[in-house]
Write a protein of this length. Structure first.
Ligand code: TPP
Ligand code: SF4
Length: 319
């Protein structure tokens, strides 16, 4: 196990700063579950952080000219290349440290915030390149399961049968015809120091993961579930409920992968709630027939069992 992770005992909620580095008054929709993980991550990382955002809701709602909600250095770059820009920042910091212009021991976090469209689809090869080169940065994928700010088009992160504007549920098709891409498997296969999935309802689990991501030397990736009431047709007040249900139904297991070889299941779900409980809170699934819900349930069971097995077989050694 990595010593920096083995030594980490967890954050103390009382020691977390009261201050936020994303200002209130941003323009996210009511109940937006995408801005929440962004805000929580910055609470952990603090002001000595440089953020990189690709085009997506979180860029649109935080930076309508001439305003900004960012209280830290922030760079917005084209849709596909946030990981590349983060790599450049990492190289620049290393060069400045070599030249003595920044103290060698100064800890500067570099964090990317990018949507599922940017990550699962358009930016994937650039993410892969940056991970493979071993740059020291944190990549947080805010997964709201579609291309939201351009009008809810399907992405590689969209769940099976969800209604979107490019996979409309009607007579011809019953929503999105493909299963959600296994991005987690793709990222973990890069054998990076730290990979994790997270849900904002389990906020200490998520914040500890952000902290761990900042502790490791080299790339870290967090895939965080991010409900979008506007795109999903869910109620704003149900956002946290959805963040809990996604885990309690086993749809989105919470786990970590260290160096591509050790798997840790953070929350064992012994008595799962039926997926229907989760689906029925969202208009994007209202057209589903019982046999389709059954199909989704079967797939969720299989996927969860596969991850749980990996966590059993590839558990980290006990110290
Ligand atoms: C190369 C490229 N293709 C398409 C677009 C148009 N575009 C801008 S934002 C966006 C959707 C972003 O989706 P996602 O990354 O999931 O972020 P979200 O808006 O859901 O937060 C698209 C398609 C673009 N700017 N650049
Ligand atoms: S469209 Fe969705 S992701 Fe975008 S700001 Fe609104 S709720 Fe958040």
């Amino acid at each position: 196990m990595r010593p920096e992770l083995a030594k980490f005992k967890g954050l103390n909620i009382k020691e977390l700063p009261k201050e936020d580095w994303i200002a209130p008054g941003h323009r996210a929709c009511q109940g937006c579950g995408t801005v929440l993980p962004l805000k929580l991550a910055l609470k952990v990382l603090g002001p000595n952080t440089i953020a990189v955002s690709s085009t997506g809701c979180m860029e649109i709602i935080t930076s309508p000219f001439p305003f900004t909600s960012w209280k830290i250095p922030w760079i917005h770059v084209a849709f596909e290349n946030s990981a590349t820009v983060a790599s450049g920042i990492d190289s620049a910091i290393k060069a400045l440290k070599r030249k003595g212009k920044i103290p060698k021991r100064e800890k500067i976090n570099i964090v990317v915030f990018a949507g599922d469209g940017a990550t699962f689809d358009i930016g994937l090869q650039f993410v892969s390149g940056a991970l493979e080169r071993g740059h020291n940065f944190i990549y947080i994928c805010l997964d709201n399961e579609a291309y939201m700010n351009t009008g809810v088009q399907r992405s590689g992160g969209t769940p099976f049968l969800a209604h979107t504007t490019t996979s409309p549920a009607g007579k011809v098709i019953h929503g999105n015809i493909t299963w959600k891409k296994n991005l987690d498997g793709i990222i973990a296969a890069h054998n990076i120091p730290y990979f994790a999935t997270a849900s904002p309802a389990f906020y200490m689990d998520y914040m500890n993961k952000v902290k761990k991501a900042s502790l490791v030397e080299g790339p870290a990736f967090i895939h965080v579930y991010s409900p979008c009431p506007t795109g999903w047709g869910s109620k704003g007040e149900d956002t946290i409920k959805l963040c809990k249900l996604i885990v309690e139904t086993r749809i989105f297991p919470l786990y970590e992968v260290i160096d591509g070889k050790y798997y840790i299941l953070n929350r064992k779900v012994d008595k799962p709630k039926p997926v229907e409980e989760y689906l029925k809170l969202q208009r994007r699934f209202r057209h589903l027939k019982p046999e389709e819900i059954e199909m989704i349930q079967k797939r969720v069971n299989e996927d969860y069992e596969r991850i749980a097995k990996m966590c059993e077989v590839f558990a980290p050694p006990k110290d």
